[in-house]
Design a protein around this ligand. Sequence first.
Ligand SMILES: C[S@@+](CC[C@H](N)C(=O)[O-])C[C@H]1O[C@@H](n2cnc3c(N)ncnc32)[C@H](O)[C@@H]1O
Length: 223
Amino acid sequence: MRLPKRKKRKDVSRGAGRRAGQRFDAEFGVTTEATIFLGELDPEALGPSLDYATHYDPTPPGDFEKLIEAATLAPEEATFVDLGSGLGRVVLFAARLPFRQVVGVEFSPALCAVARENLRRFDPVRRRCRDVRIVCADAKDYRLPRGAAIVYLFNPFVGPVFAAVLERLAVHDAELNVIYHTPLERKLLDDHPAFELVVDRPWGCVYRNRRNAGAPPKVGLRP
Ligand SMILES: C[S@@+](CC[C@H](N)C(=O)[O-])C[C@H]1O[C@@H](n2cnc3c(N)ncnc32)[C@H](O)[C@@H]1O
């Protein structure tokens, strides 16, 4: 996937780590840079999946760019879904690309409330996707929209929740990319017959579903 050309030195979304995240928040007037433990927030609202959830931490801006560039689907032909979207930083990143739709799925109502406020504040001029939404739901119960999709996972959950989500992704009815940052459960994806690995970095992987096996990647695939 080719990203729009930008002036590198001025773009605050480049770079990794907390400083880059703080600069992103300051530039866009949003709140995404934080570490939040779910048990201290609204545990009563979360149900049994809480046992398999990680805490909230946002994707470093530079990491998102490197992973999305490796996707084999172009934004114009796909919906982008962040499963475990937290305060919505990745939703905001994706909203800057011309996806058909961008969805953040988060099971903490408290995090969803802040994410929706972030979305409201996010400069409409910077958005290239007009249909951007936060869905407050457990990822294991969420059904992907029909059609081609890119699913983003920043180490949101493990164990049976991850396995249940994976089985749902495996039967998706169209082309699918799975971008998996900090892939603690990657063995399940590596071994799953429905998926093939297309990019492998020490901190993140990109997979696609095998209904496309044999077809050359459409754009920008890096070995
Ligand atoms: C590491 S954070 C990633 C946040 C965001 N995707 C990003 O990359 O900036 C993981 C998020 O997954 C959420 N999460 C964990 N289990 C979940 C579940 N079963 N359904 C929906 N969200 C979940 C957590 O509440 C947390 O906000």
